[in-house]
Design a protein around this ligand. Structure first.
Ligand SMILES: [Ca+2]
Length: 385
């Protein structure tokens, strides 16, 4: 049984949906209309070559606030000073490790201002999530059987708790159909990230995965924190730089050094793990950016609080002035799956490859259906001053 992302998304690792097969058939309706809307909006945003028109979409230097960090630092959190920055991503195609996707939904590049905040230095770990569960008795979405009312066409025997697990095919496959490498696995949850036979024993410092959006917000509320907005996340990831491709700069492997846990080899068949990790890495294995944040690129996707809209940046740009602490659009719309509401995911994962999904690039955007967990989706939290 599978309930992964849609069949017609571009070759990308950036969309995830928790869905039963009986429901999937509904998603095909309206795709032609959605494709038309997408083509129109893309024409507005970009030239025919997919690059921003002259005069828009340029990066300005980041102007970080000079206000010093508050004296008392919450445990394991870094102070992000706030300031004004250029948000978005130029077309990365043609750049080394830029991947095949024009990233149209990350333009126009536009000015945004965020106030200072604290951010977790790392993704939330299994040990930390276990503290939350022990204190509250919380049961994650993946541990609950899907409800018949949410999947009215599904046979009752299919309504069994589980989650999505990356399952590499044994033979070469086209990269246009990610159904072939995502499987719905009964019994997959945060304690069993790849299925009932798997365990987090000895993996307390790994990022917790198989986390749906509401699981992340429940943890955040318990911890006295919240999820970052998409703008906060990108400001923090840029580390004070402007227009940088990666949290650390513009070279993917400066001096030959791996700076993030991504995919090496022929995706999705061959994972050579040249960076040392074939799946998740314990948090903090790779260098922090200038703000002291680890794994803002790669390792696991991170939930942000904004709804996803493909045209959110066009709306922001049209306002003609910098947004201040934007919280994203009031609703969600993804032309590739017009019937699914989605939240923002950021940072890419250990499955990101320049052959398929280059969303380890800072300004790129991911998206996920909120009830979806996967074995490459986690989160980190922020806390206001
Ligand atoms: Ca890796």
């Amino acid at each position: 049984m599978k309930r992964p992302a849609p069949r017609d998304t571009p070759p990308s690792d950036a969309t995830f949906s928790r869905r039963l097969p009986a429901v999937a058939v509904q998603i095909g309706i309206g795709l032609a209309a959605a494709a038309f809307v997408w083509a129109i909006s893309s024409t507005v945003l970009d030239r025919a070559d997919g690059r921003p028109r002259a005069g828009i979409g340029g990066f300005q230097p980041t102007a970080a606030d000079s206000q010093s960090a508050p004296p008392e630092s919450p445990a394991d959190m870094a102070w992000i000073p706030g300031g004004e920055f250029s948000m978005g991503c130029a077309d990365p195609r043609g750049q080394p490790f830029g991947g095949p996707d024009p990233m149209r939904d990350a333009r126009p590049i536009h000015p945004v201002r965020v106030d200072g905040f604290w951010m977790d230095r790392t993704e939330v770990t299994n040990d930390r999530f276990a503290e939350f569960v022990a204190a509250t008795g919380y049961v994650t979405v993946a541990e609950r059987p899907p409800r018949q009312e949410d999947f009215p066409d599904a046979p009752p025997e299919n309504l069994v708790a589980g989650s999505l697990v990356f399952t590499p095919p044994s033979d070469p496959v086209p990269l246009t159909n990610h159904y072939v490498w995502w499987n719905y696995v009964v019994g997959a949850d945060w304690r069993h990230p790849t299925g009932p036979a798997s365990s987090i024993e000895g993996r307390g410092n790994d990022p917790v995965v198989q986390i749906a959006y509401e699981d992340a917000t429940a943890f955040a509320a318990w911890a006295g924190k919240r999820l970052p907005t998409e703008a906060e996340w990108e400001f923090a990831s840029r580390g004070g730089l402007a227009g940088n491709l990666y949290p650390w700069g513009n070279a993917f492997r400066p001096g030959g050094r791996f700076m993030a846990n991504t995919w090496q080899g022929r995706f999705p068949l061959e994972n050579t793990a040249d960076d040392g990790y074939a799946a998740v890495a314990p948090v903090g294995c790779f260098p922090a950016n200038a703000y002291g944040l680890h794994d803002m690129s790669g390792n696991v996707w991170e939930w942000c609080s904004d709804w996803y809209r493909h045209d959110a940046y066009a709306t922001a740009f049209a306002a003609g002035k910098p947004e201040h602490n934007p919280i994203g659009p009031a609703d969600s719309f993804d032309p590739q799956e017009p019937h699914e509401k989605k939240r923002i995911l950021r940072g890419g994962s250990f499955l990101c490859s320049d052959q398929y999904c280059a969303r380890y690039i800072v300004g790129t955007r991911g998206k996920g259906e909120p009830s979806s967990g996967c074995n490459h989706i986690g989160f980190r939290c922020v806390k206001p001053r």
